[in-house]
Ligand binder design. Structure first.
Ligand code: HEM
Length: 262
C-alpha cells in the first residue's frame, strides 16, 4: 500500500515514529514528500519481509529509524539498525531483509547524467549505417530475438510470442533502431518514439539490468547479418550509441514507474 503524506509547496515536519505502521506481512510505503529532484519515503517492513535484489537508476539513501535487518549492497552485507545511514549509488544492485519489524526512510535523489556526450565521430558513423539498417533492419532484429531467447530464455515470459512469430515485434524494433540512427543527434525528434516504447516497456516490466542483455544480442546480430560491413569502427560506434539510448529509456521508464506507484 502507498500513501502520500505532504506536498512540496509547504514546509513539513513529522515525527517518523508516529507515521510507522507495520502491515501483518510485506511492505507499507508512505511517500513523505517529493519534488522535482528527490523523493522521501518511509518504508515499513513486517518482520521476515524480503525485497529481492534490484537496482535504481537514481542515487539513494537508506536511513534506518527502527528495527533490524540486512542490506546486501553490491554483494556486501550491511547490518541495519536504528541510525544506520547508507548511500547507494545509482545502478548498484541491492536487496533488503527485515529481521524484526523494520522502518527506514528511503531518499531517492538525482539521476546521474550520462558520463559523456556521444562523440561527433560516433554520430557520423551511426548515421552512415542508416541506409543499410533500413534494408537489413528486420533481418538484424529477427536474429537478435533468436540469439536473446536462446541465450536468455527467462526473458521470453515478458514477450507476446505471437508478435514474434508474425514478425510484428522484430519489425517494430527495426523501425526504432533505424529512427535512432537517423535522429541520433536530435533528442526532440526521438521523444515521442521513446515515450511510446518506454510505456510499453513499463507495462511489460522491463528493468534497467535487462538493457545490457538486449545490447549484447543486438550488436551480435548486427555482426551476424552485416558481416564485412560491421567493421570494428561501426561496432564501437553502435556500442556507444546503444548505451546512450539505453540510458534515455532507463531514465524515462524510471519516471513512469515512479508516477505509477504513487
Ligand atoms: C534500446 C533498447 C530497446 C529498444 C530500441 C526497444 C524497442 C522496442 C519497441 C519498438 C517495442 C514495441 C513498442 C510498441 O509496441 O509500441 C518494444 C517492446 C518491448 N520491449 Fe523493447 N526495446 C529496447 C530494450 C528492451 C529491453 C532491454 C527489454 C527487456 C527484455 C525489452 C523488452 C520489450 C518487451 C517485453 C516489449 C513488449 C513486446 C510485446 O508486447 O511482445 N526491450 N521495444
Amino acid at each position: 500500500m502507498n500513501t502520500t503524506v505532504a506536498s512540496s509547496n509547504n514546509s513539513f515536519t513529522a515525527t517518523l515514529q508516529d507515521l510507522i505502521e507495520y502491515p501483518s506481512s510485506g511492505i507499507l510505503r508512505k511517500v513523505l514528500l517529493k519534488d522535482n529532484n528527490s523523493q522521501y519515503s518511509l518504508f515499513c517492513l513486517a518482520a521476515g519481509t524480503e525485497i529481492d535484489e534490484h537496482t535504481s537508476t537514481r542515487n539513494a539513501v537508506v536511513t534506518v529509524v527502527e528495527g533490524t535487518g540486512n542490506l546486501n549492497l553490491e554483494g556486501k552485507d550491511i547490518a541495519l539498525a536504528p541510525g544506520v545511514f547508507v548511500f547507494m549509488p545509482a545502478n548498484a544492485p541491492h536487496a533488503v531483509q527485515a529481521r524484526e519489524n523494520l522502518a527506514f526512510v528511503l531518499t531517492l535523489s538525482e539521476h546521474p547524467q550520462p558520463k559523456k556526450e556521444i562523440s561527433q565521430q560516433t554520430i557520423d558513423i551511426v548515421k552512415s549505417t542508416a541506409p543499410i539498417l533500413k534494408q537489413q533492419g528486420k533481418k538484424i532484429t529477427t536474429r537478435m530475438y533468436e540469439i536473446m531467447f536462446d541465450k536468455y530464455p527467462e526473458v521470453k515470459a515478458q514477450f507476446d510470442m505471437s508478435a514474434q512469430a508474425n514478425g510484428n515485434q522484430p519489425a517494430k524494433l527495426a523501425t526504432a533502431v533505424y529512427s535512432y540512427a537517423v535522429h541520433i543527434d536530435d533528442k526532440e525528434a526521438l521523444k515521442a518514439m521513446v515515450d511510446k516504447i518506454a510505456r510499453r516497456h513499463v507495462k511489460t516490466h522491463v528493468l534497467p539490468e535487462q538493457y545490457p542483455i538486449v545490447g549484447e544480442c543486438l550488436l551480435q546480430a548486427m555482426q551476424d547479418v552485416l558481416r564485412d560491413a560491421a567493421t570494428e569502427e561501426v561496432m564501437t560506434a553502435w556500442s556507444e550509441a546503444y548505451q546512450a539510448l539505453a540510458e534515455v529509456f532507463i531514465n524515462r521508464e524510471q519516471q513512469i514507474y515512479q508516477t505509477a506507484s504513487n
